[in-house]
Design a protein around this ligand. Structure first.
Ligand code: FAD
Length: 417
């Protein structure tokens, strides 16, 4: 079934009776070439790429809940390629290029909106850091523009430029950055993978990973044993727990990150805006709600909900930076479990156990990574060699200390990234 304007028109005129389910609901088979643990953005994009790019279709994605019920459907949907350090820079550049052709490729409207993202700066030191970052982004081949205070004011007049403590001095704009509809990304990849023969198995929790003589043999699940030549982790916030099933201890801590949505208001914000002070990011959804968030809750947890101190901090920062929003009512908030690495950068690598692969440590930046990660992880699984855009995402860097990508300059502390 292909989506098109004509199809929508035809279905509208004939009672919408011709739509088919987006994917099948298959029973798990006893054996697969590849089993992927986790039906979030990364697992689904990987399955899609295995089938499409490498012709590997005897694949199952095992999801303990429902597809897209994890962080892929819980994030603030920011997509950008403005990372600073080698390793991250080329990877996110690769991923943004994939985003730009994604809707045509998947024949699915993921509501990609390249409305631009602006990182606001408040002092000379931050401005200098933005200049360095902007140059690195341009050297990588992506776009970056340093905005003066007046140029920024023209684009985003609603900000509090004269905040006594954190006056706004300007910003770094990436015009190709923006937002996409998060769950549509999961559904689009799921549909694409299913169409190519991948089994998407929901309500199937992996409870054990079978390893014999240093080689993976399959997984134990709530729906029985499934044998597999290769097993690929894509369990995001649960990565540490799932890897422990194979006897691995990952350099991952799980932390809570909250997000908030206000009532719908008239258009006031055309861009995604991030503030260096207070670490606030805010955009306006197509329905008019302001979507915003800030820091982690700063304690390890597997609970997909947050606590009031971070709610208070986020509201304070939001009202300080955009005082006009003080009257908007917050409609809902939620939390997601983040897989935090010590350097704030991800892992796409062999696990050290033959046939067992790792994709984790996306911290709070893994939504924008989904198309690039699916592409790179599938390449690793299919060829046993790292994809050219993801050569630095090695597990070993946390043992040796070589090749750490400490993007925030905060050191090896998970909850500071
Ligand atoms: C509030 C919030 C805001 C964010 N904002 C942004 C943003 O603006 N931009 C950005 O780039 N990133 C953002 N992120 C981060 C991003 O959402 C994540 O890094 C990314 O979604 C994680 O990858 P995923 O989609 O594969 O994870 P998930 O969707 O969580 O997928 C992992 C899946 O594994 C399943 N699973 C776990 N254990 C098992 C098991 N034992 N058996 C079977 N299945 C299992 C889970 O149920 C889950 O569905 C945000 C995250 C949160 C929580």
């Amino acid at each position: 079934m292909r989506f098109s304007g004509w199809r929508v028109l035809k279905e509208g005129l004939t009672g919408n009776k011709g739509w088919a389910p987006h994917w099948r609901d298959p029973e798990p088979q006893p054996e697969y070439d590849v089993v992927i643990i986790g039906g979030g953005g990364h697992g689904l994009a990987t399955a899609y790429n295995l089938a499409k790019e490498h012709g590997i279709t005897n694949v199952a994605v095992l999801e303990k809940g429902y597809l897209g019920g994890g962080n892929v459907g819980r994030n603030t949907t920011i997509v950008r390629a403005n990372y600073y350090l080698p390793g991250n820079s080329e990877f996110y550049s690769h991923s943004l290029k994939q985003w730009e052709g994604l809707e045509e490729e998947l024949n699915y409207n993921v509501m990609m909106s390249q409305r631009g993202q602006i990182m606001v700066y408040h002092n000379d030191g931050q401005r200098d850091a933005m200049v360095r970052r902007g140059n690195a982004i341009i050297n990588q081949g992506d776009d970056a523009e340093l905005l003066s205070r007046e140029a920024l004011r023209k684009l985003v007049p609603i900000l509090n430029y004269d905040n006594a403590r954190f006056p706004i001095m300007g910003g770094l704009l990436q015009r190709r950055a923006g937002t996409a509809r998060h769950d549509a990304v999961a559904w689009g990849f799921a549909r694409g993978a299913d169409q190519r023969g991948v089994d998407l198995i929901q309500n199937c929790e992996v409870t054990g990973i079978d390893v014999e003589n240093g080689k993976v043999r399959g997984v134990q699940t709530s729906r029985g044993v499934i044998r597999a030549k290769k097993v690929a982790l894509a369990a995001a916030g649960r990565s540490g727990q799932v890897a422990a099933m194979a006897g691995l201890r990952l350099p991952i801590e799980s932390h809570v990150l909250q997000a908030f949505v206000s009532e719908g208001i008239k258009p006031v914000l055309d861009h995604v805006v991030s503030f260096a002070e207070g670490h606030l990011y805010v955009s306006q959804s197509d329905k008019g709600g302001l979507v915003f968030g800030s820091y982690l809750d700063f304690y390890s947890s597997y609970a997909a909900r947050g606590n009031l101190p971070m709610v208070e901090h986020t509201m304070e920062t939001c009202v300080s930076m955009v005082p006009a929003l003080a009257k908007a009512k917050v409609l809902r908030s939620w939390g997601g479990i983040m897989d935090m690495t010590p350097d704030g950068s991800p892992i796409i690598d062999h696990s050290g156990i033959e046939g067992l692969y790792l994709n984790c440590g996306w911290c709070y930046g893994g939504f924008k990574a989904i198309p690039g990660s699916g592409n790179a992880y599938a390449h690793l699984i299919a060829t046993d060699r790292p994809h050219g855009a993801a050569t630095k995402f090695k597990l070993d860097r946390f043992r040796s200390g070589q090749g750490l990508m400490d993007e925030e300059g905060t050191g090896a502390q998970h909850n500071l990234h």
